[in-house]
Design a binder for this molecule. Structure first.
Ligand SMILES: *[C@@H]1O[C@H](CO)[C@@H](O)[C@H](O)[C@H]1NC(C)=O
Ligand SMILES: *[C@@H]1O[C@H](CO)[C@@H](O)[C@H](O)[C@H]1NC(C)=O
Ligand SMILES: *[C@@H]1O[C@H](CO)[C@@H](O)[C@H](O)[C@H]1NC(C)=O
Ligand SMILES: *[C@@H]1O[C@H](CO)[C@@H](O)[C@H](O)[C@H]1NC(C)=O
Ligand SMILES: *[C@@H]1O[C@H](CO)[C@@H](O)[C@H](O)[C@H]1NC(C)=O
Ligand SMILES: *[C@@H]1O[C@H](CO)[C@@H](O)[C@H](O)[C@H]1NC(C)=O
Ligand SMILES: *[C@@H]1O[C@H](CO)[C@@H](O)[C@H](O)[C@H]1NC(C)=O
Ligand SMILES: *[C@@H]1O[C@H](CO)[C@@H](O)[C@H](O)[C@H]1NC(C)=O
Length: 472
């Protein structure tokens, strides 16, 4: 009855109110033709709202109202037709249309005026909207908890029920009831976990709202990894894929956020995955940058947040314009080593991208095949137990076949050998005693690199015998 009168009133009020406001000359926000902040309407009745403003207008409706259930008529109005008027009509109101109706400026929708409309239905005291809210609510310490169960009539009395049969009434201190929202628990304790719903009794019939499972999320992030321990190098035009893994306690919920140079231009996309293990959860977030540009180089950070907990990992990404090989001797191209040294490393300066293939040659033949004492370590060649025959020309060939890049460098190795006296190695032959006046030759054979030079020294004999004249 009363609702019917309201609707009729609206039409009459419309003109009066609009003129009234216009005279104030404000319209900083659009003006609705209803003065009250709420309207109560019966099911199947028609809802008409008018709105007026200085710029083009736009409406916002409760999510339970489909666009095609609303008719909007727009017109220019006012004495000089310099105002915008909009009139919206919902011809068959339903309980699920209950909610806030707003009229705002198209260019600045936050400049708006609202009215809350209840569409009463004694069969349906709770507003049920498809996809209105999730089934799981999260309880966070220090934050209030809202159990959504808006109702279709402002005066409905409800209780909050914890499954199976704990009934809680609003106390206006910790348990607050608001017909447009539902129950708010100001400081929820662990008691407020489990299955909850709202309940009301109308005409002796008990109605239950949507049921919610209230969960207290654990927020413990045990570790965060990126699938790249060191800096990442990539070629311009190629794609970059980074995989961030967070390990959390069971029941932990995390959010993974990437920060990277191209983020503001939305150059990347992420995909997420969750894997539940027996004792922990793994969360993956994979960031893909499809076509790397120079501007994509820099730090890539994966930030994992759960409750007040945050952990992050980062990696430095270098983007090269083209593949390259830089190869040159570390110091000089002639290297010297002493024979007998335990090991010797021939290590030119090499920078290349992408990872090249490296082959060492000695005097034109593959080094590793030539001698078992040669082996490669990274891109260096290591010689074990350096011997005289290791002297020669060493060539390193560096190639990136897929890009047709080849570079080579030849280094000369000189092996120094300390002088050796041949006779000493065989057996020291005491020349014995030589009769006076006899010519006797003494031999000394020596070898070394570089060739040694020989000097004879004479020591007087400590014995009685007379010394032999030294002859070279
Ligand atoms: C609303 O209209 C429908 C269709 O005409 C009808 O079935 C329903 O009973 C009406 N509801 C009320 C509360 O009048
Ligand atoms: C709600 O209750 C108040 C106070 O009892 C009453 O004045 C008001 O008319 C009721 N509203 C509706 C829509 O029935
Ligand atoms: C609530 O339920 C429990 C078990 O389901 C039962 O023992 C208890 O009597 C019930 N309490 C009320 C007030 O209904
Ligand atoms: C109910 O909540 C709405 C939205 O937050 C608020 O505007 C309104 O004032 C509240 N009503 C009461 C009675 O507190
Ligand atoms: C990281 O993982 C993704 C997906 O598994 C893979 O495509 C990418 O090559 C990896 N990146 C590095 C730098 O290992
Ligand atoms: C992401 O990396 C983890 C290891 O860090 C691996 O187990 C997982 O399979 C990767 N995910 C994808 C989609 O490649
Ligand atoms: C990232 O790598 C570039 C090139 O190697 C280097 O210049 C830069 O300092 C690095 N940045 C950080 C934060 O490590
Ligand atoms: C080394 O490079 C030169 C040109 O810089 C080339 O002529 C020569 O054939 C290359 N040697 C090998 C073994 O590839």
């Amino acid at each position: 009855m009363m609702n019917c009168i309201l609707i009729c009133l609206l039409c009459g009020l419309y003109g009066v109110l609009a003129r009234d406001r216009e005279q104030k000359g404000k319209y900083s926000v659009p003006v609705l033709d209803v003065k009250t902040r709420q309207l109560v309407l019966a099911t199947n009745h028609t809802l008409v709202l008018g709105c007026r403003g200085r710029w083009e207008l736009i409406w916002a409706f409760p999510s339970g109202l489909a666009r095609d259930q609303v008719r909007v008529e727009e017109s220019r109005c006012g004495r000089t037709k310099h105002h915008y008027c909009s009139r919206m009509t919902v011809s068959r109101s339903r309980a699920q249309h209950t909610g806030q109706f707003s009229c705002g400026y198209k260019h600045r929708p936050q400049k708006q005026t609202s009215v809350y409309v209840y569409v009463t239905d004694s069969q349906q005291p709770f507003v049920e909207r498809p996809g209105m809210s999730p089934d799981v609510l999260y309880l966070k310490t220090g934050e209030q908890l809202v159990i959504p169960c808006p109702v279709t009539h402002p005066n409905v009395t409800t209780t909050l029920v914890k499954y199976p049969n704990d009934s809680l009434s609003p106390d206006q201190r910790n348990i607050i009831w608001n017909s447009t929202q539902g129950f708010t628990i100001r400081s929820p304790t662990l008691y407020y976990t489990g299955l909850f719903f709202c309940q009301t009794i109308t005409d002796g019939v008990t109605h239950l709202s949507h049921k919610y499972y209230i969960h207290r999320p654990v927020s413990n992030i045990m570790a965060v990894y990126l699938n790249s321990s060191g800096p990442v190098q990539a070629l311009k035009g190629n794609s970059l894929v980074l995989n961030c893994t967070a390990k959390g306690e069971l029941n932990t919920r995390v959010s993974i956020i990437w920060d990277y140079p191209g983020k503001s231009n939305n150059v990347g996309s992420t995909t997420k995955r969750l894997v539940k293990h027996r004792l922990h959860m793994l969360f993956y977030s994979i960031l893909t940058i499809p076509k790397l540009q120079r501007s994509d180089r820099g730090l890539y950070t994966c930030r994992v947040t759960s409750g007040e907990n945050t952990k992050q990992e980062q990696v430095n990404v270098t983007v090269y314009d083209r593949p390259f090989i830089h190869l040159r001797p570390r110091h000089r191209s002639v290297l010297e080593v002493q024979a007998g040294q335990k090991s010797y490393r021939i290590s030119p300066k090499l920078k290349a991208f992408p990872a090249p293939e490296v082959i060492w040659f000695k005097d034109g033949m593959v080094a590793a095949e030539q001698c078992s004492r040669y082996h490669m370590d990274g891109h260096s060649l290591v010689i074990r137990d350096v011997a005289e025959e290791d002297a020669g020309k060493y060539t390193v060939l560096v190639q990136i076949q897929e890009h047709g890049l080849y570079k080579n460098l030849t280094l000369t190795l000189v092996v120094n050998v300390s002088p050796q006296i041949g006779e000493k190695a065989v057996s020291l032959q005491d020349p014995g005693s030589v009769p006076r006046g006899i010519r006797r030759a003494l031999h000394c054979t020596s070898h070394g690199v570089p060739p040694p030079h020989i000097q004879w020294l004479w020591h007087p004999c400590p014995s009685k015998g007379l010394p032999a004249a030294p002859r070279a």
